[in-house]
Unconditional design. Structure first.
Length: 135
């Protein structure tokens, strides 16, 4: 349980976000001869989420402002969709929605996004994306 708490939701440049732990196996354990500390060697099988350019993901709109949509994928990865990418949508400041004809995007809308680009910085992956469709 302690391993799950420490690892879930963390992000590394090589593997991306750790979104699940499938198994934990203790391979060996030793007690230090210098101090009363137990040392465990473990094997952990993890499920990760690492964005790839052009990959598509389902997410939930976490926030909307006039400059962009912020979509959360699998509760860990944020994808920013700049308003200039979705020019056909007009932002309604009062309702805090993006509107295009009968299509309305608001907080908690389920959407399909694709990744345009991403960069690893300070323990997270910053993603810029396209809106593919409202689900």
């Amino acid at each position: 349980d302690e391993i799950r708490k420490k690892l879930l939701g963390t992000c590394g440049k090589e593997n991306g976000y750790i979104i699940g732990i499938k198994s934990v196996e203790i391979l060996s354990n030793n007690i230090s001869t210098i101090s009363p500390v137990a040392i465990f060697v473990v094997k952990i099988e993890i499920e990760t989420l690492k964005p790839e350019k052009k990959a598509e993901y389902v997410g939930i709109v976490e926030d909307l402002i006039s400059q962009c949509l912020i979509v959360k994928v699998k509760n860990v990865m944020s994808v920013i969709i700049p308003s200039d990418i979705i020019k056909e949508y007009k932002y309604n400041e009062i309702k805090k929605q993006y509107i295009h004809g009968s299509n309305v995007i608001s907080k908690n809308s389920k959407v399909l996004v694709s990744i345009r680009d991403f960069k690893y910085e300070e323990g997270r992956l910053n993603c810029i994306g396209n809106l593919k469709k409202i689900l």
